[in-house]
Design a protein around this ligand. Structure first.
Ligand code: DQA
Length: 154
């Protein structure tokens, strides 16, 4: 498959399902990824899923799939929930901009209705779109957006 998308989850998102389920829900990251991979595959798109708690690792993956890998291995667009790195990481912003690949920022919770420090994102102003507060459905919506807008029907 040459059509490729990248789903990136950052710090603490490996704990989904166990971590503050009243805020982040009961769905695990494995469930979110499996559903998204299956849906993408129906549209002949390979969805590459990455999660890391390490900022530098996320930068490495973005650089690889967005810019450094051979062209056939590069992704067409990105969906990213950086977790708390959203509010701290100039490095992730720079890595995403370096790739020139469009990306959608996703948050399970409504970051605007929470603590003040969550209301600033280093990514939002350069994202194609931002989805927050819709729980795990936000990932599906971001995926559907890329499927509808990047590719001709197969
Ligand atoms: C989050 C919101 C962030 O503020 C928080 O640090 C997270 C998860 C979300 O998906 O709602 O880890 O990105």
């Amino acid at each position: 498959m040459t059509r490729k998308l990248l789903l990136i989850n950052g710090v603490n998102l490996n704990l989904l399902g166990k971590r503050e389920p009243e805020i982040y829900g009961h769905t695990t990251l494995a469930d979110i990824e499996a559903r998204a991979i299956a849906h993408a595959a129906k549209h002949h798109v390979e969805l590459i899923c990455i999660q890391s708690n390490h900022e530098g690792q996320l930068v490495d993956e973005i650089q690889h799939y967005g810019l450094l890998a051979e062209l056939a291995a590069q992704v067409d667009a990105i969906i990213i929930n950086p977790g708390a790195f959203t509010h701290t990481s100039v490095a992730l912003r720079d890595a995403l901009l370096a790739t020139k690949k469009p990306f959608i920022e996703v948050h399970l919770s409504n970051v605007h209705s929470r603590e003040r420090f969550r209301q600033h994102s280093y990514l939002s102003d350069v994202a194609t779109g931002v989805i927050c507060g819709l729980g795990h459905l936000g990932y599906q919506m971001a995926l559907q957006y890329w499927l509808n807008n990047l590719y001709q029907p197969a």
